[in-house]
Design a protein around this ligand. Structure first.
Ligand SMILES: [Zn+2]
Length: 126
């Protein structure tokens, strides 16, 4: 049976979210000892002031679709950051110790700061 229909918008969205979830699990294995196990990781368009957010209670992560236009290593940083919140909810020393396992952390933070500055986004990093 031949499938000739183009993927629906919903179908593309689901595929993009699946890819994001797979990438998150890879990053967890690489940099967080596999300890961060999200329930879901999704792209969202309604996140105006933040790059990503994490709800540790139900282990859900959302990342801003604005990141789709940025390099993969910047997206990876945001994912590692949100995944690390599954281990440490606050931005304390223990949290940054996990995040710093990702080698491009400082570079990615600089990229996002520069982007925010150039685009007049006031409070981009969470
Ligand atoms: Zn954070």
């Amino acid at each position: 049976m031949t499938e000739t229909r183009r993927p629906t918008r919903r179908g593309r969205q689901a595929a993009a979210d699946d890819a994001l979830m797979r990438r998150s699990l890879e990053l967890s294995d690489l940099y967080l000892g596999g300890l961060a196990q999200p329930e879901s990781v999704r792209w969202v368009s309604n996140q105006r002031s933040r790059w990503g957010s994490c709800t540790p209670g139900d282990r859900t992560i959302r990342v801003s679709e604005r990141l789709k236009r940025m390099p993969d290593w910047v997206v990876d940083y945001v994912l590692v950051h949100e995944l690390a919140h599954l281990l440490e909810p606050q931005h304390d020393e223990k949290f940054w110790a996990w995040v710093s396992h990702y080698p491009l952390t400082e570079k990615a933070k600089g990229y996002l700061m520069g982007w925010a500055d150039a685009n007049n986004v006031s409070r981009p990093v969470d």
